[in-house]
Design a protein around this ligand. Sequence first.
Ligand SMILES: C[S@@+](CC[C@H](N)C(=O)[O-])C[C@H]1O[C@@H](n2cnc3c(N)ncnc32)[C@H](O)[C@@H]1O
Length: 211
Amino acid sequence: MEEDFWHNRWQNNQIGFHEAKPNPRLLDYFHELDLKHKSRIFVPLCGKTLDIQWLLSQGHQVVGVELSDLAITQLFASLSLEPEITQSGELKHYHAKNIDIFVGNFFDLKPSILGHVDAIYDRAALVALPEDMRQKYAKNLIEITNKAPHLLLTYSYDQSLTNGPPFSVDQDMVQTYYSDHYTINLLGSEPVPNGLRGQFPSTQSVWILKP
Ligand SMILES: C[S@@+](CC[C@H](N)C(=O)[O-])C[C@H]1O[C@@H](n2cnc3c(N)ncnc32)[C@H](O)[C@@H]1O
């Protein structure tokens, strides 16, 4: 997807992917990461997800990356936090207590900018990208996090019926992207109620990836 596609989505408030409460699968399965208090969780392509609020409420630190300034301004407003904003390489760095968000392109994020992360939480990030970008995304994610453990949510459906995002990512694809570096386990899988966009039968799956 081009950057303009997402900027237009945010400008026109076409953000059907944004959920009104923390994702139930995060609440159900986060403990599987088995993290210490105050762990630093990376949320790639984070938007203004309320999952960040939930992670902070559990005593963790959050680091995110997101293309849209608008999304991150709204995120900090929803958290009632006033960020300090600086420039960090190609990215803008929004910082407040326990939270660092980099605004810019995920592919410009370097390990020296990101810093140490204890775990990755990917909801609607991998599936937001078309196949040619997903390979690159997974490779970069592994590199910049030094293979941090990973909680991953995916959708799978018949891609010939409709186009993404979200794109269909099935078990074989998860294996292709990550099996060289992680042991992959499926934690849960269930049909999406009413299907994708209310039309297309779809399954949502939750994966745990451990190095
Ligand atoms: C489908 S949304 C999911 C947002 C969030 N994870 C959630 O669950 O609500 C995908 C987000 O990724 C952002 N995005 C897309 N490509 C990106 C990139 N290359 N670098 C950083 N952010 C990107 C978009 O602006 C959008 O907010």
